[in-house]
Write a protein that binds this ligand. Sequence first.
Ligand SMILES: [Zn+2]
Length: 144
Amino acid sequence: MKTASKEGRLGLIKKRVKKSKAIKANSMILDRIREKNASKAKAKSNGHAPKKGKATKTTKSEAPKFERARLVDKDLKKKYPQVILGTLGYDKAHHKQTVTIACVDCKKKRDVFTSDLFQVTRCVECTAERRQERRREARKARQE
Ligand SMILES: [Zn+2]
């Protein structure tokens, strides 16, 4: 019965390991309970109960600010047809995302911040031209 005795010994070792682990866990729990009681006693002796109003205030100011999700050029293209796909970049100096657009008038390329896309559809030259045109029209309208 060699195998049986071997198994028996293994079983004993396993049991011992289990026991020691259990003791460790127990002592950890005890430590935690002791800590809890100590902190409770401290709070009682100080007579300070945590103020509710103050707590909510601090959590409000410490709440993480809403972070904008990184933009995907396909979504940008849907909203702003002047966007050229695959040109998304990041400007480290300004902490802004950039993208290349094609001027809606002359198709010339221009790099812009994605945050400016809503108001930029043309290259610098065409924007200036357009502005002049508008001024001319406004002048004309005033004269009439
Ligand atoms: Zn242009």
